[in-house]
Design a protein around this ligand. Structure first.
Ligand code: ADP
Ligand code: MG
Length: 387
């Protein structure tokens, strides 16, 4: 998807840039407990300030559903943001005159009922403050909201630095990737990732299916998976996905050996067996060592990797084995310059951190819903308007 960037703007001296950012940070009392999202705002603020612009930040905070909720005021984020940016940061309500600070945060966009309705009148009230619009909140790009979509239609619009980096990494992974491409899709349920699987089998050369969702595919192929997490009603859907993979030349990899236990808890007594030998009271909680060896080979032979969802119940040792081993294989191949690796998803990010490879991957997306919709092959409305 083509998009404009800040370098497409001429000098912005005396002008105001409206910038949609992600300030939805976790709070511990009135302290920001993790400022990762605030750090992500800095490159764009610096780039716009270097062009001479005054900067007005737009963001949501929590889900106030069109009401003014005092605990969800963005005012509480201002001191931490000022510290991260190293600039004076002011605060204003929509409709106020802007304070003189070089950076101003406007109140929570979701206090306005028109925000989630993509209301063009609300967008026009925002647009009145600025000369150009920048979106630096990829995590919100799957939503057509007034501050992400309608507003971008009213002013010259571009992607911010952080969002531009993310879009470029994603494009290299699934847009115009170096082949062979391998995708790892794991996690709990097929039902939550149907559209992801359907899109990937048409795009990638190898699809590794792990986690609970592998059980549904094993079941569909006639294996008894005992007491494992399994969506029996998705048998036909799973078979249709496998047939479509064959049609598109995508090789699907399911576990050939598995780790089973009778209890869903850390350090539960476990054994390794063939998927065909799972007893009625046993649960598949991870892929086995022989599967890991094969799949590490698939990753080593690939140029591009896209990953969403853990290979097993990685929160509980020793059922993190396959996830950690494959994460390390991908991290090492990336660090050696042989692989472009992109991953995303709440639990996936936690699993890669647990494996100690977060800094080795080419790009790890914390965007959640937007990342999944991108993996589904959808056009994100907040990106489409930046072209
Ligand atoms: P993400 O948040 O990265 O998109 P998901 O939410 O889809 O990932 O899946 C993560 C969850 O899947 C984890 O809580 C993990 O314990 C669970 N899971 C993985 N494998 C299994 C399994 N074999 N049985 C039960 N749960 C599993
Ligand atoms: Mg999850």
């Amino acid at each position: 998807m083509p998009f404009k960037t800040i370098s497409d703007f001429d000098d912005l001296s005396g002008k105001t840039a409206l910038v949609r950012v992600d300030l939805n940070v976790p709070m511990n009392g009135d302290e920001v407990s993790d400022d990762t999202r605030l750090q992500a705002v800095k490159p764009t603020v610096d780039a716009l300030a270097a062009k001479g612009a005054k900067i007005v930040l737009l963001a949501h905070f929590g889900r106030p559903k069109g009401q003014r909720v005092a605990e969800m005021s963005l005012k509480q984020v201002v001191p931490a943001l000022a510290a991260v940016l190293g600039r004076d940061v002011g605060f204003a309500e929509l409709g106020d005159d802007l304070p003189a600070d070089p950076v101003v945060v406007l109140e929570n966009t979701r206090f306005e009922p028109g925000e989630t309705e993509n209301d063009s009148l609300l967008a026009a009230r925002y647009a009145a403050y600025g000369d150009v619009y920048v979106n630096d909140a990829f995590s919100c790009a799957h939503r057509a909201h007034a501050s992400t979509e309608a507003l971008a239609r009213l002013l010259p619009a571009a992607a911010g630095v952080t969002m531009g980096r993310e879009l470029a990494a994603l494009d290299k992974a699934l847009g115009v990737p170096l082949k062979p491409v391998v995708a790892v899709v794991g996690g709990a349920k097929v039902s939550s990732k149907l559209a992801v699987l359907e899109n990937l089998v048409e795009k990638v050369d190898h699809l590794i299916i792990g986690g609970g969702m592998a059980n549904t595919f094993l079941f569909a192929k006639g294996t008894h998976v005992g007491a494992s997490l399994c969506e029996n009603d998705l048998k036909e859907t799973a078979l249709a996905i496998l047939a479509n993979a064959t049609k598109h030349g995508c090789q699907v990899h399911l576990p050939t050996d598995v780790v089973v236990a009778k209890e869903f808890k850390a350090h539960a007594p476990s054994r390794i067996c063939s998927p065909d030998d799972v007893a009625g009271d046993e649960m598949i909680l991870d892929a086995g060592p022989s599967t890991v060896e094969t799949l590490a080979g698939v990753i080593a032979a690939s140029q591009t990797l896209v990953w969403n969802g853990p290979m097993g119940a990685f929160e509980m040792e020793p059922f993190d084995m396959a996830t950690v081993a494959l994460a390390k294989a991908a991290g090492a191949a990336t660090a050696a310059g042989n692989l472009l690796s992109v991953a995303g998803g709440g639990d996936t990010v936690a699993a890669l951190a647990h494996a100690g490879v977060k800094d080795d991957f080419t790009h790890i997306s914390t965007a959640g819903g937007a990342f999944l919709e991108w993996m589904e092959g959808k056009i994100l409305p907040g990106v489409a308007v930046l072209g």
